[in-house]
Design a protein around this ligand. Structure first.
Ligand code: SAH
Length: 341
């Protein structure tokens, strides 16, 4: 099988070239074609000899993904892409416009194993991990297709990024490398349902990214009911890992809390959240629930605003996430579900 050349970081690509009897600098040249010039055919790499281009063609493939549906909001500049991967699987990305620039939400897996019961991405289960190239291509294709520059990236689409740890790390290395997209990891957020062991692994890299924790409940009983991962890593283990992460990286953490009416939006829930997070270097992002047709969950506007007021009164730093692209909205993973199943 041909090797996936877009998934190599610079160091690996240079080592690959030496492995096939070429000079190391060829790796640099090819990397520049792939990631800076975004030329994705060996035949068009004009400073590479034809004999090396033939060798590359024989041993490596340049992965690609295809836009099969594109939904554009008429309310704001949100664009939702449904991509087809080279094996026929589908994933989603969403391009959103904020004051500080364009942000792209990308997928990290085809499907998801985590089983959070409010999330559409997990309903049909897990198919496979995405390769680093498939995460990069979501960015490259969105930029090419929209003509817009992606200024920040959130790993909040389909999948659990920390369950695809090595590929996500490789993606982060490539997207932030000076040759190529050269995106500061300060402009990247990674969201996890709370794989505690992997949070410690991530901390060791000391990336400047923002870690987002999908918390959604403040008692183990409630959290385990809506997020099965809590049975493996409970809230106190998760919070301990977060505190260690803040200590090791010096970065504040963002807690995601989907406010679900009748499930987690009472004064007692707000009090629990305040108790849990008080004094931590963190921010709470309240998310109005995206209604998915498989569940009856919804947010109540008044309860949501009362919840925010309670958190602020309790001294937490909290905001309600703005809803973008409401007219093209399909909660996380829903577009793919409509298309595939
Ligand atoms: N697996 C990762 C990232 C993908 S989900 C994680 O769990 O964090 C991205 C965010 O959307 C998470 O905070 C997730 O809990 C939230 N989410 C999923 N379904 C939702 C829904 N129907 N309404 C609101 N937020 C939802």
């Amino acid at each position: 099988m041909k090797k996936d050349i877009l998934s190599y970081n610079m160091e690996e690509l240079c080592a690959e070239m030496e492995l096939i009897g070429e000079k190391k600098f060829r790796g640099k040249q090819i990397y520049e074609w792939l990631h800076t010039k975004r030329v994705h055919e060996f035949a068009n790499m004009s400073n590479i000899s034809s004999s090396l281009r033939t060798k590359l063609d024989e041993n490596y493939c340049i992965n690609s993904i295809k836009v099969v549906r594109k939904l554009e909001s008429s309310l704001d500049n949100t664009v939702k892409y449904l991509y087809e991967l080279s094996d026929g699987n589908h994933i989603e990305s969403v391009l959103m416009e904020y004051k500080h620039g364009n942000s792209l939400c990308i997928s990290t897996q085809v499907g998801c194993k985590m089983g959070c019961n409010f999330c559409a991405s997990t309903i049909a289960g897990f198919r496979r991990h995405l390769l680093p190239s498939e995460m990069l291509l979501q960015v490259y294709e969105a930029e090419k297709n929209s003509g817009r520059h992606v200024d920040s990236i959130v790993l909040m689409g389909i999948g659990e990024p920390l369950d695809n740890f090595d590929n996500v790390v490789k993606f982060l290395q490539i997207i932030s490398f000076e040759t190529g997209k050269n995106l500061s990891l300060r402009h990247v957020s990674l969201s996890t349902c709370g794989l505690v062991d992997r949070i410690y692994d991530l901390a060791k890299y000391r990336f400047g990214l923002t870690l987002s924790i999908s918390l959604h409940a403040v008692t183990d009983e409630k959290r385990s009911e809506i997020m099965p991962i809590n049975k493996k890593y409970n809230i106190s283990e998760l919070i301990k890992a977060c505190k260690d992460y803040i200590e090791i990286t010096g970065r504040r953490i963002s807690f995601e809390y989907a406010v679900i009416h009748g499930v987690n939006d009472t004064q007692a829930d707000a009090d629990g959240l305040i108790k849990l997070l008080k004094g931590m270097n963190c921010h709470v992002n309240l998310i109005p629930v995206n209604e998915i047709k498989e569940r009856s969950y919804r947010s109540d506007k008044n309860a949501l605003h009362d919840f925010l007021a309670a958190l602020e009164k309790g001294g937490l730093n909290a905001t309600i996430r703005r809803t973008l692209g409401a007219d093209i909205d399909a909660a996380c993973g829903q577009l793919r579900r409509e298309y595939e199943f």
